[in-house]
Write a protein that binds this ligand. Structure first.
Ligand SMILES: Cc1ncc(COP(=O)(O)O)c(C=O)c1O
Length: 362
């Protein structure tokens, strides 16, 4: 199987699995208990908190572990202010868009948040949420400058950095945001774990109440193995970030060069500042889902948009927001590369794509 869907999820790195395993069996104590075995669990969580903090240049006490990026996004939007008026963009993840948004800012055809229309919003908002990297196009947003505008207007600023961490350097302090969401399974960690990074005092209302874990901001016995795995994945992402980026860039460049030979293919946001692993393209007169199935028959896993929306037959909301024509948006295929993919796999993919498109009137 050739796995080209790393923005949907990543395999757990062997080194991550190795550090997780003892916490399923030997070190199983509840970290809130007071005996020695429990202190081992507690100390493993503390280490993971430091590792995650380091990945995004935050302080360990700013890290709140959650069940993933979705929960972190919900917590950010629902946990700071009561009845907050929220502003966000039209191409955010559903976990943001379905959180009681007041107003949507448009995006440009190049896949950027439209800062011009953002500046023209006269209404007062309490909270702004804008993603750092778009999960479909891979376009990197200028969050530092947006958060600067928001600061001047006294608006609290959240960024969904789920698709950015591990792919580009992410600096919580330098971005000037108040809240940031992360997810473990996008960086070769386990699923069901993530974090919300918060500047002091911003988060007031937990989504889950109970035993007072995570400084009272996220109750529930900690998922120790997953948190330990997330920490290790964050440490590896820190150390290997540049090597992974260069590797993916080489593969992506090779892929995009070859896609130029297909007159029916258009790479979305091609000239924009994108992460090194993501290529989203449309195929004229083709249906993305059908192409996905035919590639799957050749043992190639890609996405036809965002995985979370792939059970819906509609066009990608991200591409529609970028004013891509509906039929072309419905033909979208997203290739998201990972650290273990190879040039041979890219060549195989292009060869199979060519065969499929030649034999098929879509
Ligand atoms: C940009 C973005 N935010 C949030 C999420 C949700 O993360 P999780 O799967 O950990 O809930 C995803 C997952 O695809 C994502 O791409």
């Amino acid at each position: 199987m050739i796995f080209f869907d790393h923005n949907a999820t990543t395999p757990v790195d062997e080194r991550v699995l190795e550090v997780m395993l003892p916490f399923f069996s030997r070190f199983y104590a509840n970290p809130s208990s007071l005996y020695k075995l429990a202190r081992l669990s507690r100390s493993a969580i503390d280490t993971a908190r430091e590792q995650v903090a380091q990945l995004v240049n935050a302080r360990p006490e700013q890290v709140i572990f959650t069940s993933g990026g979705t929960e972190a996004n919900n917590l950010a939007l629902k946990g700071c202010l009561s009845n907050a008026k929220i502003i966000t963009s039209a191409f955010e993840h559903p976990s943001i868009l379905q959180s009681g948004i007041a107003e949507l800012v448009g995006v440009t055809e190049q896949g950027y948040i439209d800062q011009h229309s953002l500046a023209q919003f006269n209404q007062q908002f309490d909270l702004a949420s804008f993603m750092l990297v778009n999960n479909e196009t891979g376009v990197i947003q200028d969050i530092a400058s947006i958060s600067n505008i928001m600061k001047q207007r006294g608006v609290l600023m959240h960024t969904d950095a789920v698709q950015a961490a591990g792919k580009i350097p992410v600096d919580f302090q330098a971005l000037g945001v108040d809240l940031m969401s992360l997810s473990s399974h996008k960086i070769y960690g386990p699923k069901g774990c993530g974090a919300l990074i918060t500047s002091t005092g911003q988060l007031k209302k937990p989504l889950l109440t109970g035993g007072g874990q995570e400084a009272g901001l996220r109750a529930g016995t900690e998922n120790v193995p997953a948190i330990v795995g997330f920490g290790k994945a964050a440490e590896l992402a820190c150390v290997e970030l540049e090597a992974r980026r260069q590797h993916c860039f080489q593969l992506k460049t090779h892929l995009e060069q070859q896609l130029l030979d297909f007159p029916e293919i258009r790479v979305f946001a091609k000239e924009s500042n994108r992460v090194a692993n993501t290529v989203q393209f449309g195929v004229q007169n083709c249906v993305g889902e059908m192409l996905l199935m035919l590639l799957d028959r050749q043992n190639i896993a890609v996405s036809s948009g965002s995985a979370c929306a792939s059970n819906e037959q509609s066009a990608s909301h991200v591409l529609l927001a970028m004013e891509v024509e509906e039929n072309l948006a419905k033909s979208a295929i997203r290739v998201s590369l990972g650290k273990d993919n190879t040039l041979d796999e890219v060549d195989y993919f292009v060869q199979k794509l060519r065969q499929i498109l030649t034999g098929l009137s879509c």
